[in-house]
Design a protein around this ligand. Structure first.
Ligand code: HEC
Length: 154
């Protein structure tokens, strides 16, 4: 019993200390989606879907929930954001070449079609895409991809 108490106390101390070490927040003061949206022309509905379900992990600006302040959740969220941005970051769209843009849009349609995005770690709190939203997102994604493909010369 004594040992259990000691372990619990140690864990509590660690948890408290952890609260003081916070990962840097993913918060840019720039208009992070400007270039991407100008180029890919999502309509209002698609913009809303992207804002509500994708940009938190795929742009340089995350809308943090209150529990993001709590370690170890803060670290866990940070990991997802960093990994998501590494694969696909709309805030760095200007730095992607044509081929990369075309490929990312292809991936986008695939991931959404196969219900892989948004991640399940996200949808259990934020809700998933409705079938209608899924369709609109894919339709836009396909069009944008075709446009990039045309630019590449087929
Ligand atoms: C909770 C964070 C999170 C959210 C929200 C999220 N993603 Fe992701 N996304 C990731 C992570 C992490 C990866 C990389 C690992 C993987 O492919 O599963 C990824 C990968 C991707 C890729 C693949 C890029 C590549 O080159 O393979 C695309 C495209 C993508 N996401 C699009 C979306 C779209 C569209 C939405 C919204 C409908 C979305 N994501 C929502 C975290 C997220």
């Amino acid at each position: 019993m004594k040992i259990v108490k000691k372990i619990l106390l140690a864990l509590l101390v660690i948890l408290v200390v952890l609260q003081f070490i916070r990962p840097d927040k993913n918060l840019s003061d720039q208009d992070v989606t400007d270039v991407f949206e100008t180029e890919t022309q999502p309509n209002k509905e698609v913009v809303a879907i992207l804002e509500n379900k994708c940009y938190d992990c795929h742009s340089n600006n995350t809308e943090y929930p209150w529990y993001a302040e709590v370690a170890p959740i803060s670290y866990w969220l940070d990991g997802h954001i960093e990994e998501g941005k590494e694969h696909f970051n709309v805030s760095e769209w200007a730095t992607y070449d044509l081929e990369k843009k075309e490929h990312k849009m292809e991936e986008l349609v695939e991931e959404v079609e196969e219900d892989k995005m948004p991640e399940s770690s996200y949808t259990w709190i934020h809700g998933n895409l409705t079938p209608d939203e899924k369709e609109k997102l894919m339709e836009w994604g396909k069009q944008v991809r075709m446009a990039y493909k045309d630019k590449m010369g087929g």
